[in-house]
Write a protein that binds this ligand. Structure first.
Ligand code: ARG
Length: 464
């Protein structure tokens, strides 16, 4: 069948061409949304007098029956009918003679655009819920280990002590922006194309407001040419998903690093790791690695659709059929990644001792010491120099800065007194690091115990 245009064509399409162009094996995923759109369209045609009440009822019953068959896996999809739209319409017409009137004032061009927008609405709602779940797992882990101190890294070099909870909440923030981007994309996509026809609307007096209300869209499209050829709503979705995938890949990478013997801060539950066929001792973080790898695919799908749309003349072109496979695969890949990550995060064990030990190196407090010098009135640049020279002196002597003597400090600071013991002393390195975190409590957004506790409470309330 060629777009239902049996009148225009005499022979059968070339079999290779037919196989090349069919989409029913992937666009059947839109079936329930296609049925929903058809029901609304039929009701509208009834309201404007193009279908009798009896015809509308018969069409609705027929569509309901088809829905049941599809849900039960009993519907017979025919490759020869090309796509989901023609499969459903043909099945309906076979059962209900009035089915032949359903396509009145409608084209597959506005139909598929409508289906995709309905699909997107449902998909984004599910994605947002999956993001919330992962955020919950992260907040739960943060709360469970809220006092664990570990080094914060820049350039993957130990920088300053932070709370593990603070590190985990950084991902909660990123995910929240992903949530916002998805919701934002869904809001802009909340537009009803039906009534745009193939490109130029209809000579029939379609009541688009009726269809819009039935399908619960916020607005109707304002330009029929734009409505049938616009796919930027899918690109926005792919962009949000690609960025979400990039965030997941960073989280996965941190967890992979932190669960290596070199760090040994974290341990994934056994159920989220695999062994090696050769090396009996291995416990590989494959789930996190896959999440990291799959983010590449998500970025690829965004680039695919951008490239399909680039330079495409108005309005509908068959190229647009290439939107679905990348969007569906991106949706599944992103959702699966969110779900497996939430479970893997919930399985994480934390070695608080290893974290604290790594965070206890006195060099991590070099900036704090410079701050302490600033409080004595020394300009920061000078303080930075003094502490830098101390680090170098300790290195040259094969010792650590907390082992330098009062005389050493006085020499380094050219006579000024240095409150080194205040910052670097203390009963244990861990208590020292914790003291350093507490010293940050006046700064919003910093990793002090009080501030992080406040953040945990904020997220717990928001995610309830
Ligand atoms: N399968 C098509 C698509 O996904 C439906 C619209 C076809 N329209 C057309 N004029 N051939 O884009």
């Amino acid at each position: 069948m060629r777009g239902g245009g049996q009148g225009r064509f005499q022979g059968e399409p070339d079999p290779v061409a037919a196989k090349f162009s069919r989409s029913v094996h992937f666009d059947r995923r839109l079936a329930l949304h296609d049925l929903e759109g058809s029901r609304a369209h039929a009701v509208m045609l009834g309201r404007i007098g193009l279908l009798t009440a009896g015809e509308v009822a018969a069409i609705r019953r027929g569509l309901d029956r088809i829905e049941k068959e599809i849900r039960g896996g009993k519907f017979r999809w025919k490759d020869s009918l090309e796509d989901v739209h023609m499969n459903i319409e043909a099945a309906l017409t076979q059962r209900v003679p009035a089915g032949a009137k359903l396509h009145t004032g409608r084209s597959r061009n506005d139909q598929v655009a409508t289906d995709l927008r309905l699909w997107l609405r449902e998909q984004v709602a599910g994605d947002c819920a999956a993001i919330r779940n992962l955020q919950k797992a992260l907040v739960h882990l943060a709360e469970k280990h809220r006092e664990v101190v570990l080094p914060g890294y820049t350039h993957l070099q130990r920088a300053q002590p932070v709370l593990l909870a603070h590190h985990l909440l950084a991902y909660v923030e990123m995910l929240d922006r992903d949530h916002g981007r998805l919701a934002d994309a869904a809001q802009r996509a909340d537009v009803m194309p039906l009534g745009s026809g193939a490109i130029a609307g209809s000579t029939l007096k379609l009541n688009r407001e009726v269809t819009r209300k039935l399908l619960r869209f916020a607005r109707i499209s304002a330009n029929s040419m734009d409505a049938v050829s616009d796919r930027d709503f899918l690109i926005e979705y792919l962009a949000a998903v690609a960025l979400g995938g990039v965030h997941l890949s960073r989280m996965a990478e941190d967890m992979i690093l932190f669960s290596s013997a070199e760090f040994a801060f974290l341990r994934f539950g056994e159920a989220f790791t695999t062994g090696s066929s050769l090396m009996p001792q291995k416990r590989n973080p494959d789930m996190a690695e896959l999440v990291r790898g799959k983010s590449g695919r998500l970025t690829g799908h965004l680039v695919s659709l951008l490239t399909v749309l680039k330079g495409l003349p108005l309005s509908y072109n068959r190229d647009l059929q290439e939107d679905k496979e990348c969007v569906f695969d991106a949706a599944d890949t992103f959702r699966n990644s969110l779900e497996v990550m939430a479970r893997a995060v919930a399985s994480l064990e934390v070695d608080a001792g290893a974290c604290a030990y790594a965070a206890s190196a006195p060099e991590l407090l070099a900036t704090d010491l410079a701050d302490a010098l600033v409080k004595t009135g020394m300009p920061f640049r000078k303080a930075h120099q003094v502490v830098g020279a101390a680090v170098r002196m300790a290195e040259e002597r094969g010792t650590r800065i907390d082992r330098l003597s009062r005389d050493d400090w006085e020499t380094l600071a050219e006579g000024s007194s240095v409150p080194a013991a205040e910052v670097l002393g203390g009963s244990s390195p861990v208590i020292r690091a914790r003291k350093a975190l507490q010293a940050r409590s006046a700064v919003a957004g910093a990793p002090s115990l009080t501030e992080v506790r406040r953040q945990i409470l904020f997220w717990r309330k928001k995610l309830k």
